[in-house]
Design a protein around this ligand. Structure first.
Ligand code: AMP
Length: 393
């Protein structure tokens, strides 16, 4: 892995692909600066060595130029977070943009306009990528959130640089994934929740080759229990995937992976936070009841298992955690992972809703690592090599 430490940035102008795709409110203020904060160590490292930084990013999904999605709107926030002056270029390619980058002194930071104002960005256009490469002398990719896309700025432009490397955030993300997928300490446990089996097939298949235990939670459970002859009531279920679920259980057995399903569930008499609640055996959910969380006995069993494991991956909530009355299972599993981490286990939380849940329930600081990339994390768990990462090799 080519890291920042292998390059001397003195008098170099680093073009850094950051992920500043941050949420904005109606007043165009940044409501969650996490992604900007995450890029700070890389930028500070380069500035401290006497280099300058040209920051390139996308914001939102504009079809064409859209003032609401201009990176000019966040320049002040970026400057406040970095604690240094940041100037803004209204263009991300072309002669004006190149002139501004060429005039950037050592220690300077320049934020370029939204890359996705040019459709060539997402098309991975070679000419556009070459134009982007004129902005600096070293290419640094620190945008894990887009590393699974072969876009001009995330992948294609790397070929025009002799000097290129991972940023600190990208490096941390890749090392965290490797710690689970290649060199994790046993016993290794994956906890997969979320709504549907159909959307997690490739991940489950890939994890069966990596882990010792797999907890299946969330709405996926009821496709498995139905396949095993259980009654699922009104719970979310994908009957078309029942055969596949049985196949998976069989595969897991052959590979020596223990699959753990909840033994009890908290169900509601309607899909609502205020629904009447009752706990049922997972195989005996009556008609008119919809299972929306793991039950107390399951949480106890999961707790015991989680505390025995040394490497833990968590993707997907245990239930409908958006309803506070059905969030207990998700919170309990998060707390158990937090305690295992305190005891020395490595825990990685990644991919969408489990990250949201961890943040919502104040569990963030109890985990070893929380991934910043949804889709990129999911593709990594599927065992794929991300184009943005292979482009740096
Ligand atoms: P995913 O994006 O596949 O990780 O799914 C996350 C979503 O799954 C969340 O919005 C949860 O509300 C939902 N979910 C988890 N458990 C259940 C369940 N038992 N019934 C319905 N939806 C669920």
């Amino acid at each position: 892995m080519r890291t920042l430490d292998q390059i001397n940035f003195k008098d170099q102008r680093a073009v850094i692909r950051v992920d500043f795709n941050v949420p904005l409110n109606e007043k165009l203020e940044v409501t969650d600066p996490t992604r900007i904060q995450a890029a700070q160590p890389t930028i500070q490292h380069i500035l401290a060595q006497g280099g300058s930084c040209v920051l390139i990013s996308h914001l939102g999904r504009p079809k064409a130029k859209d003032p609401k999605l201009s990176l000019g709107n966040i320049t002040n926030t970026v400057a406040e977070i970095l604690g240094v002056p940041v100037s803004f270029s209204e263009h991300c390619v072309g002669s004006e943009a190149e002139a501004l980058t060429a005039a950037l002194p050592a220690g300077g930071v320049l934020l370029m306009e939204n890359l996705r104002f040019h459709e060539e960005e997402t098309k991975g256009d070679l000419t556009f990528a070459e134009q982007l490469s004129n902005l600096g002398t070293v290419y640094v990719n620190d945008a894990f959130g887009t590393a699974h896309r072969a876009h001009a700025s995330t992948t294609i432009m790397a070929q025009f640089f002799e000097k290129k490397c991972f940023g600190k955030l990208l490096e941390k993300e890749v090392l965290a994934i490797e710690k689970v997928m290649s060199n994790g300490e046993a016993p290794i446990l994956a906890i997969l929740g979320g709504a549907k089996v159909s959307s997690k097939i490739t991940i489950i298949e890939s994890l069966l080759d990596k882990v010792d235990h797999l907890i299946i939670g969330g709405g996926m459970v009821y496709t498995f229990t139905k396949a095993l002859g259980g009654k699922v009531g009104n719970s979310i279920c994908e009957p078309d995937f029942c055969d596949y679920a049985l196949e998976l259980l069989d595969k897991a057995k052959q590979k020596g992976v223990e699959i753990h399903l909840p033994v009890d569930v908290v169900a509601g008499d309607a899909f609502s936070n205020d629904a009447e609640q009752e706990v049922f055996d997972v195989m005996e959910i009556p008609k008119g009841w919809e299972a929306m969380d793991a039950g107390p006995k399951s949480c106890e069993i999961f707790d015991e298992l989680i505390l025995k494991c040394k490497t833990i991956l968590w993707n997907g909530p245990m239930g409908v955690f958006e309803f506070p009355n059905f969030a207990m299972g998700t919170i309990a599993v998060g707390e158990s992972i937090g305690r295992a981490t305190q005891k020395g286990a490595f825990s990685l939380v990644g991919g969408g809703d489990s990250v949201a849940a961890v943040k919502q329930f104040g569990l963030e600081f109890k985990m070893s690592y929380i991934s910043t990339g949804g889709g990129a994390m999911l593709e990594s768990l599927e065992g794929k090599t991300l184009p943005g990462i292979s482009a740096l090799d």
